[in-house]
Ligand binder design. Sequence first.
Ligand SMILES: [Zn+2]
Ligand SMILES: [Zn+2]
Length: 347
Amino acid sequence: MRIGVIECGVCGTDHDIAAGKYGKPPAGSDFLILGHENLGTVREVGPGVDGFAPGDLVVATVRRGCGLCRFCAANRSDCCETGLYTERGIIGAHGYIAEEYVERPEYLLHVPPALRPIAVLMEPLSVVEKAIETGQKVLDRREPTPGFPPQRPPTALVTGTGAIGMLASLVLSVRGYEVTAIDRHGDATLAARVLRRIGATHVDSSSGIDAIGTAHYDLIVEASGAITLDFQLVSRLAPNGVLVLTGIPDASAPPISVAGGALLRGMVLANQAIVGSVNANRTHFELGLNDLLRFEERWPGVTAELISQRRPLNEAPQVLGEHVGGAVKIVLTVSTLTPFSDLSPRR
Ligand SMILES: [Zn+2]
Ligand SMILES: [Zn+2]
């Protein structure tokens, strides 16, 4: 299938690639086309492709399997066992900041027109869906207690209020969690405002983790990659709780000192777990699509607020080279052939 690109979100991975810290061009190419957070429209459907037609809105997944392991064979390359996968716009495959791209239908998802204004968030949302699904599966080992219902709603702590942290706060809120999200900013930011609107609690933890008081949480979703904080978070888990790590720490960061005995002892005695989560497969994009619809029902317009700016493609070098304080998600408009105003908001 041939897809015309409408827009692409920019994240820390793109900044790292642009700065030369990460990323790899496809074999035989001396450059890499960036862009993995994408939204496009079908231009042409090849013979033998069912279910798609020109004009359909689509989002493409990012990782492509190694062709060797069982998970990649099952289109679950997020669990690849060889590490020989490629990722469009990141490692070994061109991305989506291009006029158009060609892709197989199993890597594309239909997007309803009503979600046009926010569907570019589906890729980061898929990462969040996988992380929360992973954490929930670990929590679910507790199993229900028939006749003894929970005495309080489940609680979640989210660290970081970038796109991953904010989307995690939205997902956990619609799942019935009482959500607290921490960052190193005051209450005047866009993130803090959105958190208030969805009924979550925002805490400025620039003075340290004790800013959240003495609370402990069933589920902690870490989206900051802050190494010292990650270890501190273990002490904030409730009994049977789980800490899901999604931030990618700097592997060359200097060693830190941790009271390992106390940390591991506490984990054993309270059945706690730390689990990492990366990337996502097609099922997580589908979960994200459903949740975008639920967000719109529950908090109309709030998800769109997470897109702080839309910038034209010719400003890509500036967007990739700068850090905009207070922005949650910056989106590059790749094609104006499908004007935003023609498609939104339609339900
Ligand atoms: Zn990204
Ligand atoms: Zn594989």
